[in-house]
Design a protein around this ligand. Structure first.
Ligand code: PFF
Length: 462
């Protein structure tokens, strides 16, 4: 029997499956793929890290993604009420809490995600005005340091971006999220693909280290495992990256699932999203590594990689102005579709729970998120980014794993198996059994280990 929530019958739905795929891939593809993945991969043994990352996706993040979309669709509700509407009375309170925490995580996350996304707008803005010399040589580090020291410019871009996202969300699921994702995602893929082909095919030489990029050494570095750099910590990093990149445990996938038609095959759609997300992360590596290698630098440089090193290298290349513009446009599009997906859970929550209208919900969420981001910028700069860095650690190392743990327990131990079976019926019995086993045992145990490890390293000042 199909479990239909009475409230959900009048709910807006994705126009078609492509709409869901593009919107969800838009959520998944973001700063995590283009900024974080290449340097974490560079630091942790290239191909060895990729292997661990793919295993983590297949065994843990992927099954949780399926669980979340399933919970959203079965309940027809956003994260705040999805769990309770699927729980027998009496057990509800704790699950209501788990649901609301998901929404809160997305809200916390977007309040600082938009700050970093705003940095890309500053770079784009400078590049569009032709100020390429800002990025050449030593200027690149100076420009970044000065920009970091300027609270007002960071605040300006952060608020601008948050308001822009809210205006898109004001138009709703079909006309807002879906329409924009169907345009931005293909453009993003074309941009990334072209830049990656450029990265491996252009014959570029630097004065210090003349190298032909055609020797593909850098691609080898990306794909051939270097086990000497792969440690136990790399496994945890791979799992953290797999969770962040697929956007699990922040209410987004439950909200997006609640707008999904019942006839769609969750597993097929989820697999396409995962394939797209992984492909973008790998392509970002293919784009970035050759350029960094050709300049004799190392790809493991954290934040500086895309805000100091790359603009510097691009600016020294033929057509550097165009390259810088295309590169930051690419990151901006990726960040924008992720921001959309991070603001939506809060909006869905206000609409579902507080009977708010969409315009009002968009306004409230945008104001609150802008205000919180301003606090991060002000407090962060006063205390040498102490709090700003910590809030990301709290969200990524503690809240997201905890929420993911709750989701896997709910989907396997609490939710009526009839409902999950029915939701995944078109994936086949065998797949269902494998998925169920992973969500019931593998995911919670792996996440618990991560949580404990995170707490211990926190205690040890890690
Ligand atoms: N997946 C995004 C990235 O890799 O940048 C980050 C993210 C977006 C996390 C949306 C969670 C989310 F709901």
């Amino acid at each position: 029997m199909v479990h239909i929530n009475p409230k959900s019958s009048s709910r807006e739905q994705w126009g078609d499956k492509l709409g869901f795929i593009m919107a969800t891939a838009g959520a998944a593809v973001g700063l995590g793929n283009i900024w974080r993945f290449p340097y974490v991969c560079g630091e942790n043994g290239g191909g060895a890290f990729i292997l661990a990352y793919i295993i983590c996706i297949a065994l843990i993040s992927g099954p949780i993604l399926v669980a979340e979309v399933l919970i959203g669709r079965a309940s027809g509700q956003g994260s705040g009420s999805a769990f309770i509407s699927l729980t027998p009375k009496g057990e509800s309170k704790i699950w209501r809490f788990v649901g609301v925490v998901g929404v809160l995580i997305s809200f916390l996350l977007v309040s600082y995600y938009s700050i970093v996304a705003g940095w890309t707008l500053e770079y784009l803005w400078q590049a569009l005005q032709g100020h390429l010399s800002l990025f050449s040589g030593d200027n690149s580090q100076k420009f970044f340091d000065n920009f970091m020291a300027s609270d007002s410019r960071q605040i300006l871009w952060h608020i601008f971006l948050t308001c822009m996202t809210a205006v898109i969300l004001l138009r709703g699921i079909n006309k807002g999220i879906e329409k924009l994702s169907k345009i931005l995602m293909p453009v993003l893929l074309i941009l990334l693909f072209s830049l990656a082909v450029f990265g491996i095919s252009v014959e570029w030489t630097s004065h210090e280290n003349p190298t032909s990029l055609l020797d593909l050494k850098s691609i080898q570095f990306l794909f051939v495992p270097d086990w000497s750099k792969f440690t136990m910590d790399s496994v945890f990093q791979a799992l953290g990256q797999a969770a962040f990149s697929l956007s699990i445990a922040v209410g987004t996938l439950i909200a997006y699932g609640s707008y999904l038609d019942r006839k769609e095959n969750i597993v097929n759609l989820g697999s396409m999203v995962i394939a797209m997300d992984t492909m973008v992360a790998l392509l970002a590596g293919v784009l970035i590594f050759p350029i960094v290698f050709a300049s004799g630098l190392s790809p493991s440089q954290g934040t500086g990689l895309i805000f100091v090193t790359l603009p510097n290298l691009f600016s020294g290349m033929p057509n550097g102005d165009l390259l810088v513009i295309l590169f930051y446009l690419l990151i901006f599009f990726a960040a924008l579709t992720s921001m959309i997906s991070l603001l939506e859970p809060g909006i869905t929550h206000l609409i579902d729970e507080m009977n708010s209208t969409r315009p009002k919900a968009c306004m409230y969420v945008a104001i609150a998120s802008s205000a919180l981001g301003v606090i991060w910028i002000l407090v962060g700069s006063l205390q040498q980014e102490f709090l700003f860095l910590n809030i990301d650690k709290i969200v990524s190392n503690f809240l997201i794993p905890l929420e993911a743990f709750g989701i896997s327990i709910f989907a396997s131990w609490v939710l009526d198996k009839v409902i999950s079976k029915e939701q995944l019926s078109n994936a086949g019995e065998l797949f269902f059994n494998i998925w169920f086993f992973m969500v019931k045992w593998l995911c919670p145990i792996a996440i618990l280990i991560i949580l404990v490890k995170g707490l211990i390293s926190q205690d040890m000042g890690g």
